[in-house]
Design a protein around this ligand. Structure first.
Ligand SMILES: [Fe+2]
Ligand SMILES: [Fe+2]
Length: 211
């Protein structure tokens, strides 16, 4: 009987701790939900951009869109996991509206999205998470924010190359860290992920099918 009571007591304390931490992180949990939806939308959008690029004959650029789509998907999954750690149900993401236009326009749309997320959205989310003293949420937002910077850099470089009239010079192999979603081109591949220290062998590769 005593043992049953002790188990009940431990479970109640655990439930109370999760409840208290979710109260403390109230705004950050709302931000996580927003980010869960927006990263899921970005993942869908870039997958469609990748398909459109292939249809237009931009087979190399398509791999960048597909790798970035995977990166956004991993961010969304990580946000969902943290939401559930706080005892909430992350449910199914709400996918927002987006348009698929020409590949050049899609690339420019990607640059606008990444700039906004990197300069405005995540810095605000990180400040709130730090104010609410929720280190795990601050860390997952920081990983995502740093990845958005890299998405932006790769999209900008690709836009400069495409503006010259060909895809020549865009890397054709991309790797995505399976844990934090960080993205690398095969040209500057580290032994371990620079953010979460996952080994290179656990990265997921994307390259042109013809190669
Ligand atoms: Fe991104
Ligand atoms: Fe990583």
């Amino acid at each position: 009987m005593n043992q049953i009571f002790r188990m009940f007591f431990i479970i109640m304390v655990a439930v109370l701790l999760v409840f208290c931490s979710s109260l403390k992180a109230k705004k950050s949990l709302e931000d996580l939900r927003t980010a869960f939806n927006s990263e899921s939308t970005s993942a869908e959008k870039y997958a469609k951009f990748g398909q459109a690029a292939m249809n237009e004959g931009y087979d190399t650029l398509a791999q960048l869109f597909i790798a970035v789509s995977k990166s956004e998907r991993i961010h969304a999954m990580n946000f969902g996991k943290v939401i559930e750690k706080f005892g909430l149900d992350c449910g199914t993401p709400e996918i927002g509206n987006f348009e698929v236009k020409s590949t050049i326009e899609n690339l420019r749309a990607g640059i606008r999205t990444e700039t906004f997320e990197m300069q405005t959205v995540y810095p605000s989310f990180i400040r709130t998470a730090e104010r609410e003293k929720t280190a795990e949420i601050a860390r997952t937002f920081t990983w995502a924010s740093n990845c958005e910077k890299k998405h932006l850099k790769f999209f900008r470089n690709a836009a400069i190359i495409i503006d010259r009239g060909s895809e020549k010079g865009i890397p054709n192999v991309w790797l995505v860290c399976s844990i934090c979603g960080n993205i690398y081109s095969s040209i500057d591949l580290p032994v371990k992920c620079e953010y979460c220290l996952t080994k290179q062998e656990n990265f997921i590769g994307y390259s042109r099918k013809s190669e």
